[in-house]
Design a protein around this ligand. Structure first.
Ligand code: CP
Ligand code: NVA
Length: 307
């Protein structure tokens, strides 16, 4: 693994290896063990969009591993305006050991990776959110669930998070059923790529059919960052795609509910479901930390023995 721009940069074995490493890091962290395998190592964190979870988990993760991070807002460095993407990548590569970037355009994080000589991690683009998907499947894996027998229903927008979940689900053998309004399906190239990885993926417009018999119901906001001007149109288009108590009733009784957060409560998900006993959302959020620590440690070649 040279970086992580897409879930498809992983293999099944690489993902399972990261889960095992994340589980070990989580256990050691909870046991209060503190070591510094990445002492003196640094990451640049570029954010063109807001963040709570991603920024905190990258910064805290690096501190816990003995390293550190420099936060750079897109506005401050003028990525692609004040300075070209290749020049930013080349300069940062002389100072830091890795770059994580949250960008509007996926091409920007690809450009950073092409011109950097240090590993680049996609911290969310308009096309993918691989760190999220990794933490999500780690959350299911650590519960001892057999990922190859799981039916995950994605209900809502076929967006960046959906793409990364589809691709990682395909690698791990999970069946993914996406239910979304016409016009908001995942990119057909992603669906094709997921199927090319051996994934069982279905796309439908019927939320109830997708939820029926599902082990996991997953949703995300209907209006992603940068799409605020489309909010009214989207609220109308997605009105029948809410994960609520009725839809949850179609899933298996043991079904789990996932959301990458932040949630727009009362839109894509009700309070009762989000805060209910079947919700995994805070475990997902917590696991962003442990999963990303595993990715960083792997990319920077740190040894677990030092942790
Ligand atoms: N899920 C996630 O990436 O959250 P943030 O946008 O707060 O980083
Ligand atoms: N789809 C959302 C995910 C936020 C973590 C967005 O891009 O805004």
């Amino acid at each position: 693994m040279r970086g992580l721009l897409s879930s498809a940069d992983l293999t099944r074995d690489a993902a399972l290896g990261l889960f095992a490493l994340a589980a070990e890091l989580k256990q050691r962290s909870k046991a209060g063990q503190r070591a510094a395998p990445l002492a003196g190592k640094t990451f640049a964190l570029i954010f063109e969009k807001p963040s709570l979870r991603t920024r905190v988990t990258f910064e805290v993760g690096l501190i816990q591993l003995g390293g550190g991070a420099v936060y750079l807002s897109g506005q401050e460095i003028g990525l692609g305006t004040r300075e070209s993407v290749p020049d930013v990548a080349r300069n940062l590569s002389r100072w830091v050991d890795g770059i994580a970037a949250r960008v509007h355009l996926h091409a920007t994080v690809e450009g950073l990776a092409r011109h950097a000589t240090v590993p680049v991690i996609n911290a969310l683009s308009d096309f993918e959110h691989p760190c999220q998907a990794l933490a999500d499947f780690f959350t299911l894996w650590e519960r001892g669930l057999d990922l190859t027998r799981l039916r995950l229903a994605w209900v809502g927008d076929g967006n960046n998070v959906c793409h990364s979940v589809l691709l990682l689900g395909a690698l791990l053998g999970t069946t993914t059923v996406v239910a979304c309004p016409p016009g908001y399906e995942p990119d057909p190239r992603v669906v094709e790529a997921a199927r090319g990885l051996g994934g069982r993926c279905e796309i439908s417009a019927d939320a109830r059919a997708a939820a029926t018999g599902a082990d996991v119901l997953y949703t995300d906001v209907w209006t992603s960052m940068g799409q605020e001007a489309e909010r009214e149109r989207r609220l109308e288009a997605f009105s029948r795609y809410q994960i609520n108590e009725t839809l949850l009733g179609f899933a298996r009784p043991s079904a789990l509910v996932m959301h990458c957060l932040p949630a727009h409560r009362g839109e894509e998900v009700t309070d009762g479901v989000l805060d209910g006993p079947q919700s995994l959302v805070l475990d997902q959020a917590e696991n962003r930390l442990h999963a990303q620590k595993a990715v960083i440690l792997q990319l920077l070649g740190g040894a677990l023995d030092d942790v």
